[in-house]
Ligand binder design. Sequence first.
Ligand code: UDP
Ligand code: MG
Length: 136
Amino acid sequence: MNNLEQTLSIIKPDAVERNLDQEIKNIFLNNGFKIIKEKKIKLEKNEAEKFYKVHETKPFYNDLCEYLSSGPILVMILEKENAVLSNRELMGATNPKDAKEGTIRKKYGISIDKNSVHGSDSKENGKIEIDFFFKN
Ligand code: UDP
Ligand code: MG
């Protein structure tokens, strides 16, 4: 029953640029997540490339890394029971067009690339991504 987890969440440049970060943080808080740590940063392109390395063979990799490093992002460690899955459900599908009503991407996402939020896709990747941003 008790499965307290942490996951990494990023509010991406399209949402920070529209000043949606506080509104999106409130959605997490209202859905039972605790924000354990947060910081607003701007990545260099080579850092975005490292973060998204799993996608390096995909056709959208270069644009994705350009985009993630195009402006400030808000990076957060979220904690909740089953945080990884719970966050993925709250975010909605990768393409905002396919995201369910009530999800963050449905509400704020502009397109498949400018989809407002990132969330870890497994507990294991959550740990790796949290370390990427918060291990000194
Ligand atoms: N992405 C894209 N084009 C695609 C698929 C993905 O631009 O055809 C971007 C999108 O911003 C997505 C990110 O690449 O959030 C990482 O893709 P992934 O499949 O991991 O989706 P996510 O886990 O973010 O839902
Ligand atoms: Mg992913």
